[in-house]
Every structure is written in C-alpha cells, then in structure tokens.
Ligand binder design. Structure first.
Ligand code: GTP
Ligand code: MN
Ligand code: MN
Length: 385
C-alpha cells in the first residue's frame, strides 16, 4: 500500500494544444476505455459527450507515468464525474462494467462494423441498424442502394480496415509525387496527417500539395487524378474543387473544420511490386530480383487497397493548411477552441483572423501561427492527443 504522501500528483494545462502528447502513452488501458465511450457517444449522435470523453482521454495520454491512484488526478482538468467513475472502476476492479457492456452491445458492434465501411457515416449506419442490418452480409442481402463510395468501401472492406504501414505510405508517396511533378513541375508535396506526427500506421495516407508560385496549383487535382487513373492506380476517387473564393462566410469560419481546398478522397491500388519499391521505368518494369516476385497464385491477390487523401493549397495558405491537416483531430479542435475562446481569433486551414484588430494575421510557418496564438510551439510528433 502506497501512502498518499508518496503518490505523484499530476497536473496539466486544460487545452490539448498547450500540452505535449507523444505517441508514448503510459495509460493505454484507461485511454482506450474512454475512447470507446467517446466512439459510442458519437455513434449515438451525442457529439458533446463524445468530445468530453476525448478530452478526458487526451489528458491521460499526456501524463508522464501510469495512473495508479485516484488521488493523483485531483489537479487535472477535463476529468468529469463520468470519466472519473470509469477510471476508478478500472483502477479498482481492472475493468469498467459500462465499457464492457458497451463493447458487447448489439448496437455498438453493428454500428462499428457499418461505419467501418468507407463512405458510411453515423446517420446511414443508424438507419440500416434500425432496419435490422447488423453486418456486411446482411447489408449485401438487404439490397440497400449504395452510392459509389460505399460500393467501393464494401468491396475493399478488409483491405481498408487493415492499418496502412509507413512503408506503404512511402510507396504511395513516390507514385503520387511522380504524377504531381509530371503534370506540374516544381510542385511540392508533404506527407501530412498521422504519419507526419510519427505514427507507424494509419487508416489512410494524407498529402498536401502546393507550388512556390501562387496560383500555379489551381486545377491540379483533376490533372493528377487523370494521370493516376490512366496508370491504373485508382480504384475509386472523388474530387472536390476549391470553393474558397466563392464562399460567402469568410475564410476562417470558426464553427467548422471543413475547408474549401481542392482535394481528392481516393482508394489506391498498391501492388506488391510498388510496395517493395520496384521501379517503374519509361519502357517497362525494371525488376530488382532481391526477392521472389509472387505470381497471381490462387487465394493471394498481388495488391491491396489503400485510402489516400490529396489536398492542394496555394502557397500563401500553406502554413495554415499544414497545421490544419496534420492533426490529431482533437488537437485541431482544441487549437480552434483556444483561438476563439482565449484569443478572440478565428483559425481555419486557410487563415487566422484577429477579431479585435479586424485583420488577418499572416504566417509562413507553423511556428508563426503558434506565436500569433500565444502558444508554445508543439511539434507534430507531440500533437498525438
Ligand atoms: P489516421 O489516418 O487514422 O492515421 O489519422 P489522421 O490523424 O491522419 O486522420 P485523418 O486522415 O482523418 O485526418 C488528418 C487530419 O486532417 C486531421 O487533423 C483532420 O482534422 C484533418 N481533416 C480531415 N478531413 C478534413 C476536412 O475535410 N477538412 C479539414 N480542414 N481537415 C480535415
Ligand atoms: Mn490520415
Ligand atoms: Mn485522411
């Protein structure tokens, strides 16, 4: 038995964007439990409760050591009554009955499977659940009308639910970069999202593309997409054009994280050869025979589907787009909340607006944006909230 005097008391600032959160989480059992309850709240349409659980989990992720005793948590922000009860149950009994019963519940299991289909959100999954659909087989048998994204999502379900490795991300990066540079010489591509934060795997691969000369990047996505399509790399793609200039509600719309960059949500066809880095040359494939090249044996398809997001921004907005698309999602949400509530500013992936000065604050680096916001700079690897 440890006496209270020997227990380390934890402390943390209340916004996640004021804290450093590396991938080294000392409290995974607790944070996974709280994340599951956050998922469940979101699947029930209760976004507020979802965010509350995510903020609680984020505080625990930032602690330097495992929590062993409830008294250590006294000085911590964001831990509401409900989260504290869950933590207490786990510390005392090794499990939380609420978490365990949620995990086993019909609704939670079904909605997890159904929202695991690319293109299926909570509303659609919930409607299907109410119509009695519980799994993929039942969905297929039901004859529900699926849009193109959902059809592709269902077809590639297993691949898309298998984590993407860093090596796969790099292989996709090479392919995309070649296509980008060939349609727009001088264009620059940056790996963003979870991989920029140092994650070893992801649910997709995210890239931000720009060009040093403002305006040259316009209309790039359709050109890159047709090139990738003609090379047989795309199983699915949906391109959205830039709608920033024609939008009516100003560049930094505080209440939403939806931006208006030209972008493409796609599903890539990544072959074993590309994964191993066999180079495609102008006159065919030059094979480096360090490994046996697997033939199309029965039961083994020589490629896998990978979700890829491409975002294009003008160079003048690059720092904001980079910050906005590096994540994590909660870190981004907290940055915007900090900007609005503490600084009377409005932050988006396009710009930062100072309400009191009534002007936009320029920035050419993430560091400058943190400085404008009066925050200590947090590098990408420590934004894993
Ligand atoms: P994994 O892909 O699961 O490894 O994590 P991730 O952090 O890369 O998540 P994701 O690819 O979903 O998103 C990457 C970042 O882009 C996150 O910070 C999101 O907030 C941001 N993001 C995703 N979709 C949008 C969008 O439509 N608009 C804006 N502005 N940001 C987005
Ligand atoms: Mn991602
Ligand atoms: Mn993404």
């Amino acid at each position: 038995q440890i006496s209270e005097a020997e227990v380390v008391m934890f402390s943390a600032p209340s916004y996640a964007c004021q804290r450093r959160t590396s991938l080294n989480n000392h409290n995974t059992v607790l944070t996974e439990a709280l994340s599951l309850l956050a998922d469940n709240a979101e699947l029930s349409g209760d976004e507020g409760r979802g965010v509350a659980f995510r903020r609680a989990a984020a505080v625990l992720k930032a602690l330097p050591k495992p929590v062993t005793d409830m008294t250590q948590l006294r000085g911590l922000p964001c831990l509401g009554e409900h989260s504290l009860r869950v933590i207490k149950d786990i510390l005392e009994d090794g499990a939380s009955s609420e978490v365990e019963s949620t995990k086993r519940s019909e609704r939670y299991k079904a909605l997890k499977v159904l929202t695991g289909i690319f293109g299926v959100g909570v509303k659609t999954a919930d409607r299907w659940f109410r119509e009695g659909i519980r799994d993929l087989q039942q969905l297929q048998d039901s004859g529900q009308t699926l849009n193109q994204a959902q059809q592709a999502g269902l077809e590639h379900y297993d691949d898309l639910n298998q984590p993407v490795t860093r090596a796969e991300a790099d292989a996709v990066g090479e392919i995309v970069e070649k296509a980008v540079v060939s349609v727009l010489p001088g264009a620059q591509m940056t790996l963003i999202g979870g991989f920029r934060r140092g994650k070893l795997t992801g649910h997709d691969v995210d890239f931000l593309i720009t060009h040093p000369e403002e305006g040259r990047e316009e209309g790039l996505v359709p050109k890159v997409v047709s090139r990738l399509e003609s090379e047989g790399f795309l199983l699915y793609q949906k391109t959205t054009r830039n709608s920033y200039l024609e939008s009516q509600d100003g560049p930094a719309r505080p209440s939403s994280n939806m931006d208006r960059f030209e972008r493409c949500f796609s599903i890539f066809k990544l072959s074993e050869e590309e994964k191993r880095g066999l180079k495609q040359t102008g006159n065919g494939v030059s094979r480096i025979h360090s490994h046996r090249v697997p033939g199309p044996e029965a039961g083994h398809k020589p490629w896998r589907a990978v979700r890829v997001d491409l975002v294009v921004c003008p160079i003048s907005q690059f720092a904001f787009a980079l910050l906005g698309w590096t994540g994590s999602k909660l870190f981004e949400r907290e940055l915007r909340r900090w900007a609005g509530h503490e600084k009377a500013m409005s932050l988006s992936s396009h710009a930062l607006y100072d309400t009191k000065q009534r002007r936009y604050l320029r920035a050419t680096s993430e560091e400058e944006i943190f400085a404008h916001l009066g925050l200590e700079f947090i590098p990408p690897s420590e934004r894993n909230t």
